[in-house]
Design a protein around this ligand. Structure first.
Ligand SMILES: [Zn+2]
Length: 184
């Protein structure tokens, strides 16, 4: 889907609904672009798409990556450009915006529900009064409710799961292993 879409924007049938702007339509398309590492949450629900603007020729999508070193960033950029081209909304370009830094608080309520449905415990809210401190020593890990049986008798097995943004946990009550999308 990605490689086939590059350079073919002019051939794609315009799907823009009558009466809706190119920017509004772009937001609707972006709501279907899934995060490659958590393929149930869209880039909009993840909160990494910060703005969409139209200068009359090119759409500019402002993206804040979840982690500055996230290996999925290139894939996400290509997916966004390709999805907009497929919808006949191209050409589009990505503008990276690294400040303010992304926080897991930007994940929408729907995104959190989808994470939980997928068996990944969503991040809790960051305490704004405390900010998001950089820590150089391990902090005590607050217990999480098991996504299967709701027991709080859970333990963290590893600080990293399948991807750097997730940790691996296990429920002592029912034995279920699960991942937690870390709060940052
Ligand atoms: Zn359990």
């Amino acid at each position: 889907m990605i490689d086939a879409a590059f350079g073919t924007a002019s051939e794609a049938p315009p799907l823009r609904a009558a009466g809706s702007s190119r920017v509004e339509h772009a937001w609707a398309v972006l709501a279907s672009v899934l995060d490659p590492e958590v393929p149930v949450v869209s880039v909009v629900d993840l909160g990494i798409v910060r703005a969409v603007s139209d200068d009359g020729e090119t759409l500019t999508v402002v993206v804040t990556p979840t982690y500055s070193g996230c290996p999925a960033t290139d894939v996400i950029e290509a997916s966004i450009v390709a999805a907009l081209a497929d919808a006949g909304l191209g050409p589009a370009r990505i503008r990276m915006q690294r400040a303010p830094a992304w926080t897991s608080d930007w994940i929408s309520a729907e995104g959190r529900a989808r994470l939980r449905g997928y068996g990944i415990v969503p991040p809790g809210p960051v305490d704004l009064a405390e900010g998001v401190p950089l820590r150089f020593v391990p902090r005590a890990v607050a217990p999480l409710a098991c996504p299967r049986c709701e027991s709080m008798d859970t333990e963290r097995l590893a600080a990293f799961g399948a991807t750097a943004c997730k940790a691996l946990w296990r429920c002592r009550a029912c034995g279920e292993p699960f991942e937690h999308f870390k709060s940052i």
